[in-house]
Design a protein around this ligand. Structure first.
Ligand code: 5GP
Ligand code: ZN
Length: 112
């Protein structure tokens, strides 16, 4: 999508600090971290949010979770981590290209 921030990051048109990349997804550090380690994982194929997951595009979501599990091992998140995806205004979604926040390195607060 031409006017999508994360599509531009995936294309390298906007710089980012890469964590991981393969044919299906791209992971990069959040510009405004909410934990000592905070990165985002996005599918390379654009869709807006978890509300647009279908039987067709669901495999990339499973792939992203497998990538996150592997990165968590490699990065030593043995004490735990959180994976979050915000959907829509009430959840505070600001970028409308589905992304999975991965947070670790401190005790994370409970939801309210
Ligand atoms: P959301 O609020 O949509 O769930 O999360 C969007 C995330 O993208 C935010 O945590 C925000 O800090 C991050 N973000 C926004 N613009 C940029 C950017 O240009 N580069 C990077 N690396 N992260 C960004
Ligand atoms: Zn996009």
């Amino acid at each position: 999508m031409s006017d999508c921030l994360f599509c531009k990051i995936i294309a390298g048109e906007i710089p980012s600090k890469k964590v991981y990349e393969d044919d299906l997804c791209y992971a990069f550090y959040d510009i405004s971290p909410m934990a000592p380690t905070h990165f985002l994982v996005v599918p390379k194929a654009h869709f807006a949010s978890a509300a647009e997951v279908t039987e067709e595009n669901a495999p990339v979501v499973g792939h992203i979770y497998a990538v996150i599990a592997e990165l968590a091992k490699e990065m030593g998140f043995s004490d735990g981590y959180r994976v979050v995806t915000n959907v829509g205004e009430l959840a505070g979604q600001t970028v409308h290209h589905i992304h999975f926040h991965v947070l670790s390195g401190k005790q994370l607060g409970s939801f309210n």
